[in-house]
Design a protein around this ligand. Structure first.
Ligand SMILES: C[S@@+](CC[C@H](N)C(=O)[O-])C[C@H]1O[C@@H](n2cnc3c(N)ncnc32)[C@H](O)[C@@H]1O
Length: 192
């Protein structure tokens, strides 16, 4: 029997994960190539960087990170879903895969003194209160290099958090080709 092409199998896997856990998967299909490109561009990454990815799902951003010249062993992937985590372990064996809740893992990474050049997040922050979203952004920025960027996409028409003196926030154009259409927010520490 012939097997499905990997990209189609991944879409089915994603859809099935959404059926089982709509709140945490938060979309019926993985992010589009257009949204992926916008995330990579906003991150300002360069070869040799160490990157944190939160909520990688089927790994569309992860693959784009490798295509952008990031070494697989410089990736730390934090995924809550055991099914996605198993697949990520198989697809990216040299990356460090942390299976668990990103909100807790961020605290552990800080305690361990970990440092990253940039962070890409697919976490469904809209499902959380504004306080939790702010904690997540702050938690990421605390473990980034001073000029490091946290990129977070959202389907929301409004900012995820109000303006804040601790960081500078920029938003991309809306990416209409994505399902649902999305924007990329990039956050950098205010250093003055
Ligand atoms: C909207 S999907 C994004 C997946 C992928 N980054 C993409 O863009 O196609 C959200 C992802 O975040 C994961 N997730 C949700 N809550 C999480 C949490 N608290 N910690 C880690 N991962 C989480 C889900 O399992 C899912 O993989």
């Amino acid at each position: 029997m012939t097997s499905l092409p990997k990209s189609i199998a991944e879409k089915f896997k994603f859809f099935w994960a959404w059926i089982k856990s709509p709140a945490s998967v938060a979309s019926v299909v993985p992010s589009s190539s257009e949204l992926t490109a916008a995330m990579i561009e906003a991150s300002g990454l360069k070869p040799g960087d160490r990157i944190l990815e939160l909520g990688p799902g089927t790994g569309v951003f992860t693959r784009a990170l490798l295509d952008s010249g990031i070494e697989e062993d410089q990736l730390v992937l934090v995924e809550f879903s055991p099914e996605f985590a198993d697949q990520l372990r198989q697809d990216f064996p040299k990356a460090k895969l942390v299976e668990g809740d990103a909100f807790l893992v961020l605290k552990e990474l800080k305690q361990e003194g970990e440092r990253f050049s940039a962070a890409l997040s697919g976490l469904p922050l809209l499902m959380f209160t504004e306080d939790v979203r702010e904690d997540c952004i702050r938690g990421c920025l605390e473990i980034l290099e001073p000029a490091g960027c946290l990129c977070q996409f959202t389907y929301s028409p409004t900012p995820l958090v109000p303006d804040n003196k601790d960081w500078e926030a920029k938003v991309s154009e809306r990416i209409w080709q994505n399902i649902p259409p999305a924007v990329v927010w990039s956050y950098r520490k205010n250093i003055d």
